[in-house]
Write a protein that binds this ligand. Sequence first.
Ligand SMILES: C[S@@+](CC[C@H](N)C(=O)[O-])C[C@H]1O[C@@H](n2cnc3c(N)ncnc32)[C@H](O)[C@@H]1O
Length: 244
Amino acid sequence: MELPELFQNATTTQSKNTARDWHDFLTRNRFDFSQIEKIDFATPAPTITDKKNNKFCIDFINDKKNYHKKKLSIKSELLSKALGGGKLGLNVLDLSAGLGIDTVFLAQLGYHVTAIERNPLIYLCLQHASEQMLEMNIKVIYDEATKFLKHNTSANQQKFDVIYFDPMFPEKTKSALPRQEMVFFKKMVGSDEDAGQVLEEALKTPNIKRVVVKRPLKAPPLLQKPSGSLKGKLVRFDIYGVEK
Ligand SMILES: C[S@@+](CC[C@H](N)C(=O)[O-])C[C@H]1O[C@@H](n2cnc3c(N)ncnc32)[C@H](O)[C@@H]1O
């Protein structure tokens, strides 16, 4: 079967297979293609262009700005500190993979990260990017976080030490025009209105030692008062210490 026109420049056997897999996965998961102008398979990481010409791609290798940040250590990076600095264990469940920036950051610090993403197109981009970096301890799963948590608990499957959650920030009233990737990304994933329910479910996870939520510096906590917070220049990590 011919692929729809928006799947472009798949010329090698490998990129043809990728394009076919993406088409089948997106169709199976009822992805809404109406905003997409093209998905270009000629670039190292497939590049998506929307109808307003915003481009988007996730490339762990070539995007040095987002994925090769200078890092301190597992003990001193703020997010890592919030997660226990490695002392509570290295198995992190990231409930909001998104662009994978935090996922990669944590993996590079030495954590083993399982990252959940519910948007099928973002998931495919992440999965493709993580296949280019197999040496890192990253596993990307296509699922909705609450469903994943419920199923993982009832089936007594994977054990995690800590959970990290970074839902989309509430709309700012005034902000500089975001980069085109951010425009695309925000449009694609929406505003994560169910974030409170996700946190509630995360807090029920048996044997989890800590749940950490990223928030804008001045925003109220997502749910009840956290047990503590670590503040950075722009964001805050709320810590829910489930196990005392
Ligand atoms: C703000 S972004 C996360 C950014 C990410 N921490 C990073 O460093 O790139 C939020 C992402 O989490 C995903 N997400 C939000 N709620 C989710 C849920 N309940 N289940 C699965 N994915 C979710 C959204 O689709 C979006 O891609």
